[in-house]
Design a protein around this ligand. Structure first.
Ligand code: ADP
Ligand code: MG
Length: 398
């Protein structure tokens, strides 16, 4: 069983809460998007309104990366969003940080500095070892309980994610709880189950397809994006030089063989695009599969409208639709058509689940709403879908 906030008596206690507010930043270092921050408002508001004193732990970017920075903009945004004061502390387990936590009153929060400013936090450990790291060891004495709401980071076995539950009573926050309810229990989601796999991380998407087909979870797998192109090539379709070279350059040529093996084993369940949209002089041009290959300089950047119609019909009859990955290069208006059509059709299904980093960005950019569940996780959501256990979730189990 995984304890939730329902099992925690909050009033007057000091609670360490791990969230995932890792956000895209603008050139001036301000937040370019606050979706991840918004996601945690419920958990934080609930703890604060129940009289908690909340020390928030989070990371931003990765060492050496362009978005590796401090969390003061995140604290400002949280302070605006919550009806409770959120201050910022320029340290994560220093005396300054521990003093700031000790000074909290009921209904007050402090956001501590980027956990990854501290080197052990960017390593993976067994929970017991993580529980002895400096970050955990120094914060434990000033905390009464630990809440993990950082589902999107739950596939990492880092100190702030797996260490505290070895030392303190630990609970899933509301985001974590809901993700576990939905993604951890796909086998009881209504059938027929249709998985739509797309995007550009071909190996991850084929992992998901393989796993859900092998485990009998998928009745149908729809393929889009670069993943769809790989399946088309595996089927013997000549897409054209530009698309093949893209797959080769991205290092995904081996995935063509894997896609071929999946087609051999589960050919009746895997549906391939009926047409693609290529880039021709900067414009969108749709080509039926029978009329391929495209000209050598015309990459297939989207699924075509016949494919959107076909996939829409299949999803309309689904009990559950699970989507990951954009159907095309949605960042370009003329190649967002497939993603927009496909995702809008998916929202018509009785039960629709969607997840992925770029996928979530596509939803916002294209203004698509109405999914039953939008996962906050990218890598974590994919791991859940392949049935793998996530270390930060396992360590919460009692
Ligand atoms: P997610 O982050 O949601 O898991 P991915 O990272 O796998 O999704 O894929 C997102 C990227 O896939 C987008 O940037 C999009 O431009 C790209 N993409 C989708 N279809 C194509 C295509 N046909 N050719 C090139 N890139 C594509
Ligand atoms: Mg991505």
């Amino acid at each position: 069983m995984i304890p939730t906030l329902d099992d925690l008596s909050v009033d007057g206690t000091t609670i360490g809460v791990r969230v995932d507010v890792n956000s895209p930043l603008a050139d001036d270092g301000s937040l370019a998007d606050d979706a991840r921050i918004l996601a945690h408002v419920d958990t934080l508001s609930e703890l604060l309104s129940r009289g908690g004193r909340v020390a928030i732990l989070a990371h931003q970017g990765r060492p050496g990366g362009s978005s590796f920075s401090g969390l003061s903009p995140h604290a400002d945004r949280l302070d605006e969003l919550l009806d409770f004061p959120v201050s910022y502390c320029d340290g994560n387990f220093s005396k300054e940080a521990r003093d700031a936590i000790g000074a909290l009153e009921n209904g007050e929060a402090v956001l501590l500095e980027n956990t990854r400013f501290y080197s052990e936090e960017y390593m993976e450990f067994d929970p017991e070892v993580a529980g002895q790291t400096a970050l955990v060891d120094r914060l434990v004495p000033v905390l009464d309980a630990y809440v993990n709401d950082a589902f999107a980071a739950a596939h990492r076995s880092q100190p702030s994610l797996v260490g505290f539950p070895t030392r303190l009573p630990a609970y899933a926050g509301r985001v974590m709880e809901r993700e576990i309810d939905v993604l951890g229990d796909i086998e009881s989601a209504p059938t027929p189950r249709v998985y739509a796999v797309g995007g550009a991380k071909v190996n991850d998407s084929i992992d998901v397809a393989e796993s859900v087909l092998e485990r009998g979870l998928a009745d149908t797998v729809l393929t889009t994006g670069v993943v769809g192109n790989v399946f088309l090539i595996a089927k013997g379709v000549e897409l054209g030089k530009a698309s093949s070279e893209f797959i080769l350059d991205e290092g995904y040529w081996d995935e063509v063989d894997r896609a071929g093996r999946l087609l051999d084993a589960y050919g009746d369940k895997i549906i391939l695009p009926r047409d693609v949209a290529v880039e021709r002089n900067g414009e969108r041009a749709e080509i039926p599969i029978a009329d391929l290959p495209a000209a050598p300089d015309e990459p297939a950047l989207d699924i075509g409208s016949r494919t959107v119609d076909l996939y829409g019909d299949i999803m309309a009859n689904a009990g559950t639709v699970i989507l990951n990955g954009p159907a095309g290069v949605f960042e370009m208006e003329q190649f967002a058509v497939g993603t927009k059509g496909l995702y809008n059709a998916a929202t018509k299904a009785k039960n629709s689940i969607v997840g992925g980093g770029d996928t979530a960005a596509a939803l916002r950019r294209l203004g698509i709403e109405g999914f039953t569940h939008v996962s906050t996780g990218g890598g974590a959501a994919l791991k859940m879908l392949t049935g793998e256990s996530l270390p930060a979730i396992e360590v919460l189990r009692t």
